[in-house]
Design a protein around this ligand. Structure first.
Ligand code: SDX
Length: 381
């Protein structure tokens, strides 16, 4: 096959790499749908585990199906002591995303049988990964503080249990609901970088633990999921409302990115940022304002003024950190939390990829030389 007719697009911008019915984004109008249902409606009425079911099995579950799924997840929340002991050897100063990537891959040591045409194998892999990822994140967090991991609490549902494992306190119902909504918002987003990574890995027919581990590594970067952690450091660095404009102007002059802004697809404010901002405001009403919120509002205004014409508006990572901060979550856990949610999307794409699989093997535009002589080492300068 010749590449003569193919246009090279950096970052594969605008190039379809699959046919998918999992989610839909309209970047001009700020629309996001999971399986055809608007994100606003899901965020108001659904729950994270119901959305996982919808994304993976392409239907809203009946009451019985949902209960069974929730119970299955609950049953698989604990991690093997081998995994815990392995995690104890991780340096506590390491980033939790690195700990998570290693632990997710390590799950494959225990459940590696690849029966990719067996729906029961697929269901078990989905359940195990979604059940154990929060436990592994919380366990690493406890162990780096010198504590034993806190066991999952069977009385608490998915989101509340994660917050419990971080603090050993049952969270306020509003905190648990806000966290659950945030998980819903981050669950899936068409072919973003980490999902593409998952799809490429899936296309080799490797096991789902390897698929998720490769996607975790991709999500960690500051241009993708890692931006939520960077947003908070940026707000800290700015420090006060009067520093916002000079900060933005300096960054633009130095051609540096402002974290939490811009998106390959959205040319308007990300609909998830709108919902997250509302959630942040609800939390502030309940528990008091956060000084960084006023800085964030001013930042949004100034960036719109300076970069709005280029279609640069807040993305999902802009307000999520403020929500998590208010829930008392340390900032280096923000991206691992994104992982808890996005594992749903990765696994939905894994399943979809398997149904029509062909290994990903794109091509390139070669820019090197040909027919070069081999120079013996002693003659090289
Ligand atoms: C996520 O893809 C997904 O769906 C991702 C995600 C998901 O749910 O999976 O939505 C989650 O990853 C959100 C994005 C988090 N990242 C950040 O907040 C980091 C800051 N944003 C950017 O680096 C950037 O906007 C990206 C990475 C999000 C998008 O990169 P693109 O599409 O490659 O855009 P680009 O870097 O080529 O920028 C295009 C133009 C440039 O200006 P010009 O050279 O054309 O004049 O827009 C400017 C950029 O300089 N620009 C910004 C900017 N983002 C783009 N300028 C200042 N600050 C920014 N944040």
């Amino acid at each position: 096959m010749t590449t003569a007719f193919c246009e090279y697009r950096p970052g594969l911008e605008g190039i379809p790499v699959t046919k998918s019915s999992i989610s839909y984004v309209n970047g001009e109008e700020g629309i996001l749908e999971y399986r055809g249902i608007r994100i606003e409606e899901l965020a108001a009425k659904s729950s994270f585990l119901e959305i996982v079911y919808l994304l993976i099995w392409n239907t809203l579950p009946s009451e019985i199906q949902l209960k069974e799924f929730e119970n299955d997840i609950l049953y698989h929340r604990r991690i093997k002591y081998h995994i815990r002991d392995m995690m104890k050897c991780f340096p506590g100063t390491g980033h939790p995303m690195d700990a998570l990537q290693t632990s997710a891959a390590a799950l494959g040591l225990f459940y590696s049988r690849r029966a990719l045409d067996d729906p029961e194998y697929i269901r078990k892999a989905v359940v195990r990964l979604l059940a154990k990822i929060p436990t592994m994140i919380a366990a690493f967090h406890q162990m780096r503080k010198g504590n034993d991991p806190i066991q999952p609490n069977d009385d608490l549902h998915y989101a509340a249990n994660f917050l419990y494992m971080l603090t050993e306190r049952k969270p306020h119902p509003i905190a648990a609901r806000v966290f659950d909504v945030s998980l819903m918002l981050h669950a899936e987003h068409t072919v973003n970088a980490s999902t593409f990574s998952a799809m490429v890995t899936a296309s080799t027919l490797t096991d789902p633990y390897g698929v998720v581990a490769s996607a975790v590594g991709t999500l960690a970067g500051p241009l993708h999921g890692g931006a939520n952690e960077e947003v908070l450091s940026m707000l800290e660095e700015i420090g006060s409302i009067r520093n916002v404009r000079p900060y933005v102007e300096e960054r633009i002059a130095r051609k540096e990115k402002i974290m939490g802004f811009g998106h390959r697809v959205y040319k308007v404010k990300d609909p998830r940022a709108v919902i997250l901002q509302n959630l942040a405001e609800q939390l502030f009403q309940e528990t008091g304002n956060d000084p960084y919120y006023d800085i964030a509002l001013e930042l949004e205004k100034v960036v719109e003024d300076k970069l709005g014409a280029k279609g640069i508006y807040p993305n999902v990572d802009f307000y999520s950190g403020l929500v998590y901060k208010k829930l008392g979550i340390p900032s280096d856990l923000f991206t691992p939390i994104f992982t808890i949610a996005r594992a749903a999307g990765w696994l939905a794409h894994w399943k979809e990829q398997l149904a029509t699989n062909r290994i990903f093997r794109p091509t390139q535009v070669y820019t090197g030389k040909h027919d070069q002589p081999y120079i013996p080492i002693e003659e090289r300068t």
